[in-house]
Design a binder for this molecule. Structure first.
Ligand SMILES: [Zn+2]
Length: 137
């Protein structure tokens, strides 16, 4: 998946009421860790609310949610890079539970760095997401 498709994929999954899978859904059970992760995320401000179907049990593959109960979810997006763009991962709160999703297991290419000049390149070789930081002159 290309990083340019992250938002579209998220919106399709939310609007589909559980029919379209979000990649790498994981139920979060460590509340302290979940709160810590949420504190560095931004609420999704797109076209909400969507209904989201969340089940008590994940599909065997762990890649999507089984449809059983309907909740109005709260969606939080993780951002990265200078422009703080959505990096494809986030957390969904619904039905008293928290789920993380991750559209790309980023593999960072940080070659070409010039740290003394404030140039910290960081580009995913899988999806092309650019999380580079240029803090130089
Ligand atoms: Zn990636």
């Amino acid at each position: 998946m290309r990083h340019t498709e992250f938002t579209k994929t998220l919106e399709e999954a939310l609007a589909s009421e559980g029919k379209v899978a979000l990649p790498n859904i994981v139920r979060l059970t460590d509340h302290a860790d979940t709160v810590k992760r949420l504190s560095s995320m931004w609420p999704y401000t797109g076209k909400l609310p969507y209904r989201l179907l969340v089940s008590r049990s994940l599909a065997p593959s762990g890649t999507h949610m089984v449809t059983k109960a309907i909740y109005w979810p709260k969606v939080f997006l993780h951002t990265d890079g200078m422009a703080s763009r959505f990096d494809g991962s986030g957390i969904i709160l619904g039905g008293g539970e928290a789920f993380s999703f991750n559209m790309c297991e980023h593999k960072w290419d940080c070659s070409g760095a010039n740290h003394s000049r404030g140039w910290h390149p960081k580009r995913c070789t899988e999806c092309g997401f650019d999380a580079s930081i240029d803090s130089g002159d």
